[in-house]
Design a protein around this ligand. Structure first.
Ligand code: SME
Length: 146
């Protein structure tokens, strides 16, 4: 899937949809094969709470304290995390035995972290600068809908 076309299509989804987060998650899951599991976490107090997700299995990590795991680290710093090999990162909270790499992109609204996009891949080193830039643009668009 071409990233620019995907951005246009996602922008269209966001302008029309009432279930914006669900539809964007579903779009990413259906169009990017290396995105094996996608979820959006929303900040609630000192925790991240799982919102819409797409993937083969549910995760047990439906509430993650800010500061814990890869998700909690990104929520604390406001910086995108790219983990080339999840098994080499001591912060990693395991969800699926098949996961090899992960990207977490904060969603920032008016300077505050309000949520994040979390994507696991069954491929090692699945995420590059293009994924980072692509997902950060989507996070910007979604910030208006959280
Ligand atoms: N691996 C994440 C937890 C969420 S699951 O990937 C769905 C982490 O380390 O924070």
């Amino acid at each position: 899937m071409d990233y620019d076309i995907a951005l246009e299509e996602i922008s269209g989804i966001i302008s029309k949809s009432k279930n914006t987060l669900e539809e964007v998650v579903g779009y990413l899951y259906n169009n990017f094969e290396k995105y094996s599991w996608i979820g959006i976490y929303i900040v609630e107090g000192n925790d991240l709470v799982l919102g819409p997700w797409s993937g083969e299995q549910a995760t047990e990590h439906i509430r993650i304290p800010i500061g814990k795991g890869i998700c909690g680290s990104a929520a604390k710093t406001g910086k995108t995390e790219i983990i080339v090999d999840v098994n080499s990162d001591p912060r990693y909270l395991s969800c699926f035995i098949s996961t090899r790499s992960e990207i977490v992109v904060p969603i920032i609204k008016d300077g505050a972290i309000v949520g994040e996009i979390d994507i696991d891949s069954d491929l090692k080193d699945a995420f590059d600068l293009q994924d980072k830039q692509f997902l950060e643009k989507i996070a910007d668009m979604l910030s208006l809908h959280i």
